[in-house]
Design a protein around this ligand. Structure first.
Ligand SMILES: Nc1ncnc2c1ncn2[C@@H]1O[C@H](COP(=O)(O)OP(=O)(O)O)[C@@H](O)[C@H]1O
Ligand code: SF4
Ligand SMILES: [Mg+2]
Length: 333
């Protein structure tokens, strides 16, 4: 059974320039033990989707609708527009989140041990010593050597990769059922990126938790995810198991993202083609496919580029578990 079912999630930000439609009817599920990657260029709504799930968007600055059901043995919990007191109880306990920059989440003046202990104490009425033992256990689990001694160190004494390990330890201290990792390796060099993604995969196997892995880089999800949702301008435009998506992308935007991923099997010097053009403004989106102004495939559509520009394609299942939002209707790209 899935851990989380998100249905028709919408997030709008009223601004002085107009209403920003950051998340525009997004639906997906995440199972226990599964990693769902959410991939898309900067500004496509990946972070806002997950902040909405976590109850971290200000109700004064945003309008949120739709549903996100967290299934629990004690019953279903609707996460959308949950009162802040209840959202706080779920955050860090059932669902934890880690970000790109651990320095923004770690306090510079407290030892990392004290911060992990504090994260444990918030949700558990236990003696300090119990939380301390748990903190050491977690630091060992994420591969920090001499954990008991390193507990006394401060964040600045760690490298970027080690800080991200500390963040993961802190996020996992209360055994969450879902970990949301928002660009967790973007700030790290390639080797350390690979180590952290491998660590997440191993932890997931041991702890059976669900993971939502947010990234702008389709290159990192190959070995790190089970399923991929590609987002563009606030919508899911393609969703498929990771191997199927790599082998048979159906939406030109996904094709473009894949073409810009460096691949081991290509000879050195092969040019990487980034997608030309910019994502549209989310304030006044045109009626049709949001990718139309950048799409080089629309001339192949039955109905031509004018159909793409005027009519939003629905998200359609073209092969088992492979959904795409495109008028090309499953053409091989
Ligand atoms: N508080 C806010 N007010 C207005 N617009 C916002 C706010 N937060 C995010 N946005 C806009 O929502 C869109 C999606 O943002 P985000 O989810 O952060 O993108 P991503 O994580 O995919 O890079 C962006 O266009 C961003 O500018
Ligand atoms: S619907 Fe048309 S414009 Fe949009 S991705 Fe498909 S072919 Fe391109
Ligand atoms: Mg983001």
């Amino acid at each position: 059974m899935s851990f989380l079912d998100v249905n028709d999630l919408r997030v709008e930000f009223p601004t002085s320039d107009g209403v920003v439609r950051a998340v525009d009817g997004v639906s997906f599920s995440v199972d226990r033990g599964e990693t769902l990657a959410i991939v898309g260029e900067s500004g496509s709504g990946k972070t806002v989707t997950n902040l909405a799930l976590m109850g971290l968007l200000s109700p004064r600055a945003s309008r949120i609708s739709g549903s996100a059901i967290m299934h629990q043995p004690s019953g279903d919990v609707e996460l959308i527009n949950l009162p802040s007191e209840q959202a706080r109880k779920i955050r860090g306990k059932n669902i934890a989140m880690i970000f790109q920059d651990p320095m923004s989440s770690l306090h510079p003046y407290y030892s990392i041990g004290d911060q992990i202990i504090e994260a444990h104490q918030i949700h558990n009425e236990v003696e300090h010593e119990v939380s301390k033992a748990r903190a050491i256990e977690l630091l060992e689990m994420v591969g920090i050597p001499e954990a008991a001694t390193r507990m006394r160190a401060y964040p600045h004494q760690f490298s970027g990769g080690m800080r991200q390990r500390v963040m993961i330890a802190m996020a996992l201290v209360n055994s969450p059922e879902l970990l949301i990792a928002d660009e967790p390796t973007t700030a790290l060099d390639v080797t350390v990126q690979a180590q952290i993604l491998k660590l997440l995969r191993e932890l997931q196997r041991d702890l059976k938790m669900a993971i939502i892995l947010i990234t702008h880089d389709l290159g990192v999800v190959a070995g790190a995810a089970d399923r991929v949702n590609v987002m563009y301008a606030g919508k899911v435009v393609e969703s498929a198991p990771v191997r199927e998506l790599y082998a048979n992308p159906l939406m030109p935007y996904t094709h473009g993202l894949l073409s810009s991923v460096p691949r081991m099997d290509r000879s050195h010097g092969t040019r990487l083609s980034a997608i030309a053009g910019q994502p549209p403004s989310l304030i006044a989106l045109p009626p049709g496919c949001a990718f139309a102004p950048r799409c080089t495939f629309s001339t192949r559509v039955n109905g031509g580029p004018s159909l793409c520009a005027s009519t939003m394609p629905p998200l359609v299942e073209h092969a088992p578990s492979h959904f795409a939002r495109c008028h090309l209707e499953g053409a091989k790209l």
